[in-house]
Design a protein around this ligand. Structure first.
Ligand code: TLP
Length: 345
């Protein structure tokens, strides 16, 4: 199968499996796993923050970060298409009592500083929840996997900070942004108070995300991680793959971006597919079945699967394809033919 459903399907590299086998371990809840400690130091350095914390998943990374920033009844301003708002089971509300307030995402996933300013509550008025946090996402999954440049992030952070409000960055794919823009992740996250990134997506580690922030923030986040059941004992076995991910898997993301670009331009030739191939800069592309395509979305998915290609379906006649470590340039040639074939009469 050529599995383009997500970069979460990536399997660990041989170097990761070896590192996991050989990892030096200890009890990480006591802070005594040397491999976890090494990963956390590397991650903090890469993101330009004082400290870091390994967590189970991106969802836990966002949840623990938001719980650390906010008290119950506080309000978090978030893009209407952000993952934490749409696809994390309402965790910040259900588990943290955090009130979410959505503002529009621009086509590139960014938030307008003016929209954030407008959403801020008057702190002295008892009718309102307290504005406490702004949550950004980079790259932006639902907005064409768009990488967001530092100016737009800094401008929102400036508004937030000038009102005493913190900024959390969901950087699940921050290294895709780094590679696509040629701007270090540390610069992209510079004005953000916390950032979480995933080891288990394009970086191909089997499990894990890392939260980065100030030493005081990470110390508090450790308590919240414990509370949600994320204290993982001999987690060095996971961290070992994460270290390989940071050392060896970032530069190769350029290959995924090139494959996604080729896929987008390849299927744009098909009259039964609607896509603007110039809209994509990283490893995520979206396309729609055109009105002329005679198949239902279900039929298209089935026909495509019969040809050995899997994509995901966010809804309606819209599909998503994500390139990753498991996908070669030759797979892209096969996928282009299969998608065009499945959409044709
Ligand atoms: N995204 C997944 C899932 O929604 C299925 C995907 O396939 O794209 N932030 C962003 C921006 C994400 O895209 C994701 C996962 C997460 C957070 C959550 O990460 P995990 O899956 O590790 O909890």
């Amino acid at each position: 199968m050529i599995d383009l459903r997500s970069d979460t399907v990536t399997l660990p590299s041989p170097a990761m499996r070896k590192a996991m086998y050989e990892a030096e371990l200890g009890d990480d809840v006591f802070g005594e796993d040397p491999t976890v400690n090494r990963l956390q130091e590397m991650a903090a350095a890469r993101l330009g923050k004082e400290a870091a914390l390994l967590v189970v998943s991106g969802t836990m990374g966002n949840l623990v970060s938001c719980l650390t920033h906010c008290q119950r009844g506080d309000e978090m301003i978030v893009g209407e298409f952000n993952h934490v708002y749409l696809f994390e089971a309402g965790s910040v509300s259900a588990l943290g009592g955090i009130h979410t307030r959505s503002v529009p995402n621009q086509p590139d996933g960014s938030l307008l500083p003016e929209d954030v300013r407008q959403a801020l509550r008057l702190p002295w008025n008892e009718h309102y929840p307290r504005s406490r946090l702004v949550c950004l996402e980079n790259t932006h999954n639902r907005c064409n996997g768009a990488p967001i440049g530092p100016e737009k992030i800094d401008a929102v952070a400036q508004v937030a900070h000038s009102h005493g409000i913190s900024v959390h960055l969901d950087g699940a794919r921050i290294f895709n942004a780094e590679v696509a823009l040629g701007v270090p992740a540390a610069r992209l996250a510079r004005e953000c108070d916390s950032v979480q990134f995933c080891l288990s997506k394009g970086l191909a580690a089997p499990v894990g995300s890392v939260i980065c922030g100030s030493r005081a923030f990470i110390q508090e986040a450790r308590r919240w991680r414990k509370m949600v059941g994320g204290g993982m004992r001999q987690a060095g076995i996971i961290a070992a793959a994460g270290i390989v991910a940071l050392r060896e898997m970032i530069d190769r993301l350029a290959e995924d971006h090139e494959n996604a670009r080729r896929l987008a331009y390849g299927i744009a030739e098909c009259p039964y597919i609607k896509i603007d191939p110039a809209a994509f800069q990283t490893n995520i592309i979206y396309f729609d079945l055109s009105e002329r395509c005679p198949h239902t979305a279900e039929e298209f998915s089935r026909r495509l699967q019969e040809q050995g290609v899997l994509v995901s379906r966010p809804g309606g006649r819209r599909f998503r394809a994500v390139t990753h470590y498991g996908i070669t340039s030759a797979d892209i040639d096969v996928a282009i033919k299969a998608i065009a074939g499945a959409a044709s009469p």
